[in-house]
Design a protein around this ligand. Structure first.
Ligand code: URA
Length: 218
């Protein structure tokens, strides 16, 4: 699967430009897409994102027996990955990711956006214990202003995991810049970098409110 890798002034951004991902993203952007259709697409896209994000996972070799002979076969090294969903929209990315990494641990972070300041306010945090040897993937479909992404990553970083990656479906240039100002060492994986934010902090052209479209709340 091909992808574009770019470095912004402060950090790395991986745009997963596989045609299947781009086709599904276009389907998601269309305003006539039903809740059911949107949710299915989020699941499919997150599965493909997981495939890219886990590309550099370290492997080790284990002696196994096939029905015909012994061999040293690759297995993923280290402790289980931790998926951290930023509620509520990030929960939509969980199912697809778990299809690819079914034994991952799962954490939840609750942050909401103050509609006036657009700042992220914490209301929930439940993460697996002892992240020291684990790779954490933070999931939130829209990297818009970057405030939520920065706050969620702050909360995870306090637990000192081995590494952190941030996965979204769409990113705005303003959000990427804000995110990498605070977390330059955390790579972002996204399906596209859109044009800009509007004055309400929504991504343009975007796909609307991801949480509302996943859960059918509007
Ligand atoms: N959150 C969303 O759901 N959509 C946006 O465009 C920005 C933030």
């Amino acid at each position: 699967m091909s992808q574009n890798q770019a470095r912004t002034s402060a950090g790395s951004v991986h745009v997963v430009d596989h045609p299947l991902v781009q086709h599904k993203l276009t389907q998601m952007r269309m305003k006539e897409r039903t809740t059911r259709g949107f949710r299915d697409l989020v699941r499919e896209v997150s599965l493909l994102l997981a495939y890219e994000i886990t590309r550099d996972m370290p492997v080790t070799y284990r002696r196994i027996e096939t029905p015909l002979q012994e061999m040293d076969a690759p297995v993923i090294e280290g402790k289980k990955v931790v998926l951290v969903a930023v509620m509520r929209a990030g929960m939509g990315l969980l199912d697809g990711m778990l299809d690819i990494v079914p034994s991952a641990r799962v954490g939840h972070i609750g942050l909401y956006r103050d509609h006036e300041t657009l700042e992220a306010i914490e209301y929930f945090c439940k993460l697996p214990e002892n992240l020291a040897d684990r790779e954490v993937l933070i999931l939130d479909p829209m990297l818009a202003t970057g405030h939520t992404a920065v706050a969620a990553t702050d909360m995870v970083r306090k637990r000192s995991p081995r590494s952190i990656k941030f996965a979204c479906i769409l990113a705005a240039p303003e959000g990427l810049s804000e995110f990498h100002t605070h977390h330059p060492g955390v790579p972002v994986y996204t399906c596209a970098v859109d044009e800009r934010l509007n004055d309400k902090g929504y991504i343009l052209p975007g796909l609307g409110d991801a949480g509302d479209r996943i859960f059918g709340t509007k």
